[in-house]
Design a protein around this ligand. Structure first.
Ligand SMILES: *Cc1c(COP(=O)(O)O)cnc(C)c1O
Length: 374
């Protein structure tokens, strides 16, 4: 069994992918070909936003809007510690300072309460200036944007949605990547909507910000490609990857339905054994990961080792919350400062999750898991 079976999806869409890639090969427009614009329009319609700027990776989709905000080292950008490293790394790359925030015990997402505490602390210390918030749709579930947007407005901060795992999710009837001032997603192959290499996209209703992001994506171009008016980067999405995504977006809606059905099967079978994932009533997850937590007395490493021996891949996202990553050693964080996410990092493990799992596959995983736990 595979953790994410991209081959099963390819079997279904092979003809369309090949046809669209062949069209790119025939046209030879490998950079900013027509497929790139076509994809941006489809993504904007799907998410319900005015502007989409595609780019070279999910990391660039975070870095580019952060560059547009012209951060300095004195600017604090609040970010959950329980996330993929890139959510925080992007702040540092764009010149700002990440301030780490604890998670909600139920959803794994940024805790609005811990966020407000962190903002107050920064204001009291008076060294950094609060500038923005990055909220992450961890494992596919949108963060609590009602509460977070309210805090952003109250303190005059920008809000960036890191929807790298969240594209396709829904909150209060609105699609992920439509929250905050600007949102980012990733098309890394293993994400809910993935291409066949690296890719990403920026989403916003703010036309000024969209124009800045387009400029930064191409070496800070002005009216002309060779008129460089600011510092940018080479952050474009390849035409071939846009062609792949155009084929995949056709089946995406159905895949989201399948992911939700599969998550339901897992929860039904495992809720008496582990802490199963909580999706709040207002939300639908894109199920980038199906993540369990061990209860007291269970040995996570032993469970994972035994599962692997029996041919079932199990992964840990994430073993180290970012405030404890070696790269941020100099920032003065230590164990115990963000207790909820530190506890989650000790307990979590994720099961195989992709839209092409059958109920019999889920049965097999759960049967082995039950045996292993004893
Ligand atoms: C994958 C991911 C990113 C980075 O995306 P890349 O396309 O790999 O650069 C950023 N944030 C989160 C939460 C992610 O899961």
């Amino acid at each position: 069994m595979q953790f994410i079976d991209l081959g099963a999806q390819y079997k279904r869409i092979e003809e369309d992918v090949r046809r669209r890639m062949d069209a790119v090969l025939a046209g030879q427009r490998f950079i900013m070909g027509a497929e790139v614009r076509e994809l941006e329009e489809k993504l904007a319609a799907f998410a319900g936003v005015k502007h989409v700027v595609s780019c070279a990776s999910g990391t660039d989709a975070l870095v580019i809007p952060l560059m547009a905000y012209e951060l300095t080292r004195e600017d604090a950008v609040f970010v959950p510690s329980f996330t993929y490293f890139a959510s925080a790394e992007a702040i540092t790359l764009a010149g700002g300072t990440p301030v780490f925030v604890d998670s909600d015990p139920a959803t794994f997402n940024i805790s609005a309460e811990s966020l407000e505490t962190a903002i107050s602390q920064v204001l009291d210390e008076g060294v950094l200036k609060p500038r923005g918030i990055i909220a992450v749709d961890l494992f596919g579930q949108p963060a609590d944007y009602g509460a977070i947007a309210d805090i952003a407005v109250r303190y005059g901060l920008f809000l960036l949605e890191d929807g790298a795992q969240g594209f396709g999710g829904i909150l209060d009837g609105k699609r992920a990547c439509s929250f905050g001032n600007v949102a980012a997603t990733s098309f890394f192959p293993a994400k809910p909507l993935g291409c066949y290499g690296d890719g990403g996209a920026i989403f916003t209703d703010d036309s000024g910000l969209a124009a800045l992001c387009e400029s930064i994506r191409m070496h800070g171009k002005g009216t002309d490609k060779y008129d460089n008016v600011r510092i940018g980067l080479n952050g474009r999405l390849d035409t071939l990857q846009a062609a792949v995504l155009l084929a995949k977006i056709e089946v995406f809606e159905g895949e989201l339905v399948a992911r939700n059905r599969i998550a339901g099967w897992y929860t039904e079978r495992l809720q008496d054994l582990f802490v199963t994932p909580t999706v709040i009533a207002e939300a639908t997850s894109a199920w980038a990961q199906y993540t369990l937590q061990t209860v007291d007395g269970q040995d996570r490493n032993a469970i994972i080792g035994e599962m692997k021996k029996r041919g079932i891949p199990v992964m840990v996202y994430y073993r180290t919350p970012v405030h404890l990553a070696t790269a941020y050693d100099d920032f003065g964080y230590c164990t115990g400062m963000l207790p909820v996410c530190e506890d989650q990092a000790r307990r979590v493990f994720s099961l195989p999750m992709h839209p092409y799992l059958e109920e019999s596959d889920v049965d097999a995983v759960c049967k082995v898991l039950r045996e292993v736990v004893g």
